[in-house]
Structure formats: structure tokens, C-alpha cells
Design a protein around this ligand. Structure first.
Ligand code: SF4
Length: 160
């Protein structure tokens, strides 16, 4: 059965940096859950970070990409570790589709915060999204959930 990787916070799990969630109430996601299609991950927890944790943003320079917290701690290794665990899940279950939270430094797929902790977003993608896409996984967010639902339905129909 085709499975979908999903951000843990979308299912109401309180795994955000501030101890909150990003619950999505959607009948298709609920059906996918009942059908046991959902493979759940919070890459930041998987990478060893805790709840709560300091907010972090991606900072890009001419020579490097790093993830740093608002107090300047470099948490790049934890973000990369969580991304690798997400990729391992996709490989284990042959996952081709992921639904991840927009604008997160791990899960964002179209935008991320600009690295200056001033609430400004820029075009970009999170660390996990980048690794998944580089390995052929299609990543969607809550902003284009309907596109994922339609594409997944077409993909499933094509299997028969
Ligand atoms: S890392 Fe992803 S799954 Fe975890 S809280 Fe942030 S957006 Fe949600």
C-alpha cells in the first residue's frame, strides 16, 4: 500500500518548538490515517532536539548553510540528522509523497524564515524537504494539500 510521510504536528502532536501543534482537520487525511497510510515524523525531535526548544532558522552565507537558534546555537547537525531519518523512512516504505509543514526550517517546501528572526519569509525549503526532494520524494504542504490529494488519487488509480 502506498504510504505518505507526514509532519507529526499536523496530526495534533505537540512537537513544535513552543510545545504546540499544527493540527489539520481534513477528511482525506483522516481516511489516510485509518487506512494506515501515514508515516509520521517530526524531524527535529528525530534529530535529538527537545520540546520546547529555541526557535531556529536557516542562515545562508556565501560559503555555508547553517541552522541556528535565536540565541546563536548551531543546530545544523540535529536538523540534518532528522532529515536523514525522514529519508530512511521514505526508503523503507518506498514513499513518494510527503505532506510537511510550510515555512518550517525542517519541513518548509516553498518558504522559510529569512534567518534574522524578524518574522520575514523568503522563498526556500527546509533541511528535510531538500533531502527528500533530492531523493525523488514529492513534498507538499498545507498550502497545496488539495494538489497532493488529487495527484495521489490519480497515482493510485494508475496502479490498477
Ligand atoms: S519539525 Fe516539522 S514536524 Fe516537527 S514541529 Fe516542526 S514543522 Fe512540525
Amino acid at each position: 500500500m502506498e504510504k505518505i510521510l507526514i509532519s507529526s504536528c499536523f496530526l495534533g502532536n505537540k512537537v513544535r518548538y513552543d510545545g504546540g501543534d499544527n493540527l489539520i482537520e481534513n477528511e482525506t487525511i483522516e481516511r489516510w490515517r485509518r487506512e494506515n497510510r501515514l508515516v509520521v515524523i517530526c524531524p527535529e525531535l528525530a534529530g535529538g532536539l527537545s520540546i520546547p526548544r529555541a526557535p531556529a532558522e536557516i542562515q545562508i552565507s556565501d560559503t555555508s548553510i547553517a541552522v541556528k537558534t535565536i540565541v546563536g546555537e548551531d543546530v545544523t547537525a540535529a536538523f540534518e540528522g532528522g532529515a536523514q531519518q525522514a529519508l530512511q523512512l521514505c526508503e523503507r516504505y518506498n514513499i513518494r509523497y510527503a505532506l510537511l509543514k510550510e515555512s518550517s526550517p525542517s519541513c518548509g517546501s516553498s518558504t522559510v524564515y529569512n534567518g534574522e528572526f524578524n518574522q520575514q519569509k523568503i522563498p526556500g525549503q527546509g533541511i528535510t524537504t531538500a533531502i527528500l526532494r533530492a531523493n525523488g520524494v514529492k513534498v507538499y504542504s498545507e498550502k497545496n494539500l488539495s494538489v497532493l490529494i488529487n495527484e495521489f488519487r490519480s497515482f493510485e488509480l494508475a496502479q490498477y
